[in-house]
Write a protein that binds this ligand. Structure first.
Ligand code: TMP
Length: 233
């Protein structure tokens, strides 16, 4: 439904099949309990998302991305968002660390895919395939598509980040339905990925804000600076 205002973005319809996605400076954590403004975050995330989506398109992965409108607004294909967050994990961190008790940074091989029900009211609970079917969020065939598309995109992003000397620990995708099938939508940014320096493990993502351990903008700027020479825009 447009216009739609989320915690970090605002989506407005600009044409029959197009939307404008405005990237806000708001950062939230713990389902919005923690909230702060970081002047310039929106522009940074729009640039990082745009570059990553262009890279994925060049790798044969379909996204909703169409172009740029201004410094913090991207143009995208209108989609029907599937109410699932698809998470791919290459190393243990965050909620997987809590769930398993394994040490942060333990390699997850093969990568683990998880689905969370996109519901602020419920705090985005972890769903298995039966829960997804029961709630009619996606068909079993769509779930299989989400899993394979998410793994394919995540593996390509992991390789790109590695070239930027960044370790992709885990990330979150959202997908949308179009008349021509399911495409990657929403954003891919340091808000939605865990990104750490490949050598030192220094956190370059939203964990700096979630955990209150470092400067969010410094990390996001560093991610963009390192990606710029490697993603071939
Ligand atoms: P988690 O360890 O808290 O489950 O997070 C896994 C990944 O998903 C991490 O890269 C952050 C991202 N993520 C979001 O993008 N949005 C969310 O609401 C949550 C909880 C996680």
């Amino acid at each position: 439904v447009q216009p739609y205002e989320g915690k970090a973005k605002r989506v407005t319809a600009t044409g029959k099949d197009e939307v404008a996605i405005y990237y806000k400076d708001d950062a939230t954590a713990f389902n919005g309990q923690k909230h702060e403004l970081f002047a310039g975050k929106g522009a940074l995330n729009s640039q990082i998302t745009e570059g990553l989506f262009k890279y994925l398109e060049a790798e044969g992965i379909r996204t909703h991305h169409l172009g740029r409108i201004d410094a913090r607004t991207l143009k995208a294909r209108k989609v029907e968002i599937i109410l699932l967050e698809t998470i791919v994990r290459f190393k243990v961190a965050g909620s997987l660390q809590k769930r398993t008790g394994l040490e942060d940074g333990t390699v997850v091989d093969p990568p683990v895919v998880e689905f969370y029900y996109k519901s602020d009211a419920l705090g985005d609970p972890l769903f298995n395939d039966d829960h997804i079917a029961m709630m009619k969020l996606a068909t079993p065939q769509e779930v299989a598509t989400l899993r394979s598309q998410a793994l394919a995109a995540a593996i390509r992003l992991k390789e790109l980040f590695r070239r930027a000397k960044i370790d992709l620990i885990d990330l979150k995708f959202e997908y949308g339905r179009t008349p021509k099938g399911i495409v990657l939508a929403d954003e891919v940014s340091p808000d939605t990925c865990r990104l750490r320096d490949l050598d030192t493990g220094e956190k370059l993502d939203k964990d700096n804000f979630r955990l209150g351990i470092g400067d969010l903008l410094t990390g996001y700027r560093e991610v963009l600076r390192r990606l710029d020479p490697v993603w071939g825009r």
